[in-house]
Design a binder for this molecule. Structure first.
Ligand SMILES: C[S@@+](CC[C@H](N)C(=O)[O-])C[C@H]1O[C@@H](n2cnc3c(N)ncnc32)[C@H](O)[C@@H]1O
Length: 394
């Protein structure tokens, strides 16, 4: 077997780095070093297939193909042209280039870097074959990533293609869906032990529920995806990928609890139902219509949700609404553990309860916190734990 080692960079969302690092260690990555919102590491081709298919927390896995210093525009194009791009695609296939420029005298914007990279690749193909691959910005067979820092360039091919948060199960939209990787990430950060019912009491289109059910059933994160970037390359080895997929589904998990979604909006419940059926998880997830403020659970459970908080889902009297969330946790969820991702400091303070954990995260561009409220059924402990923060509520 070809066991050539490659240098990879795997990117994630801000706040999920510890989860991604653990995935890399577990998958056998070597020489793992942190970079901004991700890690560089070494590994073989099979590892790249495995990570794309199984990683719950990664967004994009890049394979480094070229690293050079350049002195001017001509030198840049010459060095791009010197790489054997036909390793990855033939002239009948398609390509696109993404560039990130930090500081550079030559490149004032990323668009120019993309243009010159494309020119170098096209020159290579024209010289060797008299033909060139077409550009397809939406679904290219080879997506090249050029990272330029000063006069240094690292060029990679994107083995994921479309961002890995596009799991493939979402067919019904919602005005404010949670990114799938972030949904998996908040479950991962919470350390859910799968030893109680899991409830999303404001489930929207069901992202948190589906990610929880995938975890509980050991369904690989990439199970529903039809395509990964590496599948368009000349190097693609279908038999190796089939083996990786089979191995990923072998580990069984015994999950004996319920996964329940609640929402007060019929539109949201309909969207959740469509996504859940599409993911063939309708036997694993129950949906109910209801208002969180009237919640009644049969037993102590693990709750996780993202209440509305941004411009996409405005709420009237938002402070009062968040105070009511706090009251509901305090009065109706005794014995349960409640996790919530909230993107507005004023609002999370309005909850009026002391969180036992507060983890900073970015939800898109919104600075958010993942908060945990733990309450115990014994009243003494409960009151100790749910000590009220000093905003005058108690
Ligand atoms: C931000 S969205 C949740 C998005 C969801 N995580 C997803 O990925 O699609 C908030 C949801 O909470 C629901 N909601 C708001 N207040 C509620 C309440 N008091 N009781 C039940 N559902 C509520 C809304 O109908 C909406 O579907």
């Amino acid at each position: 077997m070809n066991n050539q080692q490659y240098s990879y960079t795997f990117k994630t969302l801000s706040g999920l780095e510890p989860l991604l690092e653990k995935e890399l260690i577990d998958a056998g990555a070597e020489e793992i070093t942190p970079v901004k919102r991700g890690f560089c590491f070494l590994g073989n081709e099979e590892l790249m297939y495995r990570l794309n298919y199984t990683s719950r927390y990664g967004i994009r896995l890049l394979v480094e193909v070229l690293r050079f210093e350049f002195s001017n525009k001509e030198d840049f194009v010459k060095q791009v042209k010197a790489f054997e791009w036909d390793t990855y695609i033939s002239t009948e296939k398609t390509m696109a280039v993404d560039a990130v420029v930090t500081t550079s005298d030559l490149f004032k914007n990323s668009h120019y870097a993309e243009q010159l990279t494309k020119d170098g690749i096209v020159d290579f193909f024209r010289n060797r074959y008299g033909l060139r691959p077409a550009v397809d910005k939406e679904f290219p067979d080879m997506l090249v990533n050029a990272y330029i820092n000063g006069n240094e360039c690292v060029m990679s091919v994107d083995s994921s293609g479309e961002s890995l948060h596009k799991r493939g199960y979402r067919i019904a939209a919602h005005v404010a869906p949670l990114n799938e990787v972030l949904a998996a990430g908040i479950i991962g950060l919470s350390g859910w032990k799968m030893d109680s019912d899991f409830v999303d009491p404001m489930c929207g289109s069901g992202t948190i529920l589906i990610e929880a059910a995938m975890l509980a059933n050991n369904i690989p994160a990439g199970f529903y995806r039809k395509r990964f970037g590496f599948m368009g390359w000349q190097t693609f080895k279908p038999a190796m990928f089939e083996r990786v997929k089979k191995e990923a589904s072998e580990k069984g998990i015994e999950f004996e609890y319920r996964i329940i979604g609640i929402d007060r909006s019929d539109d949201s419940l309909r969207a959740a139902q469509r996504n859940i059926i599409n993911a063939k998880l309708n036997r694993d997830i129950e949906l109910k219509s209801g208002n969180f403020f009237d919640i009644e659970l049969e037993k102590a459970s693990f709750l996780m949700f993202n209440p509305p908080y941004d411009a996409r889902m405005p709420i009237e009297n938002s402070r009062e609404y968040y105070e009511k969330i706090g009251d509901t946790i305090k009065n109706k969820l005794r014995g349960s553990t409640t996790w919530m991702i909230v993107g507005n400091e004023d609002l999370w303070k309005s909850i009026g309860l002391k969180s036992s954990k507060k983890i900073p995260l970015l939800n898109g561009m919104i600075e958010s916190r993942l908060l945990c409220f733990e309450s115990y059924s014994g009243s003494k402990k409960f009151d100790d734990k749910l000590n009220i923060e000093t905003n005058g509520k108690e």
